[in-house]
Structure formats: structure tokens, C-alpha cells
Design a protein around this ligand. Sequence first.
Ligand code: FAD
Length: 260
Amino acid sequence: DRVSHRLRADRSKLYMADLESALHYSLRVEAARASSLSGAQLGALRCYVGTLVKYFPGRPFVQTYLQTLDAWLRNWTEPELPRAVLKEAMKNNIDASPPSVLPANMTWVGCQGSERHFRGYPCGLWTIFHLLTVQAAQNGPDKELPLEVLSTMRCYVRHFFGCQECAEHFEAMAAKSMDSVASREEAVLWLWSHHNEVNARLAGGDTEDPKFPKLQWPPPDLCPQCHKEEQGVHAWQEPAVVTFLKAHFSPANIYMDYAE
Ligand code: FAD
């Protein structure tokens, strides 16, 4: 089964199965890990769900799920939110009209690793946040709240991302330069270039899936016009990168293969 996913996945596409699997894991597993949520951590969950409602191009029943959860979280006025209560609120409601459902299985397609411990969730989480920065740039006023999605990601990673070392690395990058992002388009480029910084740092390391070597992305075969050479040195053609990211992380490039 895994092999067939791997053979079918196309690196130039996004797969709804990856996005929904990562949403399921982030909300129902990572965000619901603490015995109760309060303060900044509860704020980070509200912020994440609110941003998903605004910019995640989900299937109708998933959008309903996110809207229902968002409204529920905003209605929760007590300072402490116990895990059992949150878990209950995160259940699917097939009988609601319209139905409110986030598939609870995890199927990795574009994010399928060659072994179980490679890729999967972290790959899906990067993909979600790239998609959100691009959708916010396409669907929101460019000069307003340039950090809307990036600060949501920063909070999510700080409060919930299970890989502690990753969270520390990401926070260090964010603290250095995130605040100088001045537009939504710059936010798209910030996430792209810092993800490439992570790729460079991890290349050749033991978390690298040998079947999916870390590279500076998008490689020339995905986007030839993104690359140029200046005095014999590789450089990015940034306007072409922006155009590529907007097309790659667009609803039209999300495929339904293996979505439940
Ligand atoms: P990923 O890097 O997960 O990328 C997913 C997909 O996004 C790729 O398949 C590609 O289609 C696309 N992509 C790749 N690069 C870019 C880019 N620059 N811009 C846009 N799209 C791109 N692992 C560690 O071992 N140490 C760490 O410190 C660490 N920090 C992390 C911090 C964060 C915030 C996250 C989300 C993950 C981190 N990880 C870290 C995990 C690591 O970055 C990878 O997610 C994981 O190794 C799986 O790699 P992958 O090959 O699936 O590609």
C-alpha cells in the first residue's frame, strides 16, 4: 500500500490527504496533548484554528469542522480548557447539517516516506503553513497584518510542535528576522527561504529520507525559471519564485488522491 502511494505521488502536486492528515494530527494529537490548556497556549490554539478558518482551502465538511471548532473555542470563556472537554469538541459530527468532519485517519501521499519514521507529519505541517501564507497573500490586503500567518505558525510551533529541538531552531530563526517582514508577499518568501535554510542544515543528516534528499527547493526541474547564475554563482530569481509558489500552493494544485 505504502509503495503504491510513493509511486503515484507527484512532487509538483499537493495532496488533500496530506493536508487533512496533518490537520488531524496537529489538532487532535499535538494540541490536545497537555492535560489542560490555558493562557498563551490556549491563545495559540485559538489563533491556529482562526487562521485555518480564514485561509485553509478545505473540502466543505472540513471547513464546517474548522468553523464549528473555532466558534466553540471562542465561546469557551473559562481560563482552563481540560483535555477531555477539548477532545469531545474535536469529534466529528456526521449528523449535523451541514456535516462537520475532519477525517481521523492518517494517509500520507506526497509526504509518504520510504520508512515509517521518515517524513509524514512534519512534511504535512510545512505544507499547510506554506499554503496558508500563500492564500493569505492572495486573499487578503497586502499591507495589512503581514505577519498574520507567520505569527500563527510561530505560536503553534512554540506551544505544540512535538519536536522540541525543531521548535527551538524555528524560534531562533523567527526571533532574528520575522518582525522585519513588511507585506504578505514577503511573508511567503520568508517562509520559503527559511524552510530552505532548514533543508540546508538537515541535508545529509540522519533525519533525511535517503529517497527524498534535502534540496534547495524548488529544484530546477520543478521551476527552471526560478534559478539564475550571477558571475558563475547560483542565485534565485525571486519574482519567478513568487509566481511559482502562488501556483504550487493554490487550491487548483491540490489533488484528491487517497483523500478519505
Ligand atoms: P520537508 O522539508 O518537510 O518539506 C515538505 C515539502 O515541502 C517538500 O516535499 C517540498 O514539496 C516542499 N518544500 C521543500 N522546501 C520548501 C521550501 N523552501 N519552500 C516551500 N516548500 C518547500 N527536522 C530536524 O531534524 N531538525 C530540525 O531542527 C527541524 N526543524 C523543523 C522546524 C519546523 C517548523 C518543521 C515544520 C519541521 C522541522 N523539521 C526538523 C523537520 C524537517 O524540516 C522535515 O519536515 C522532515 O525532515 C521531512 O522532510 P521532507 O523531505 O518530507 O520535506
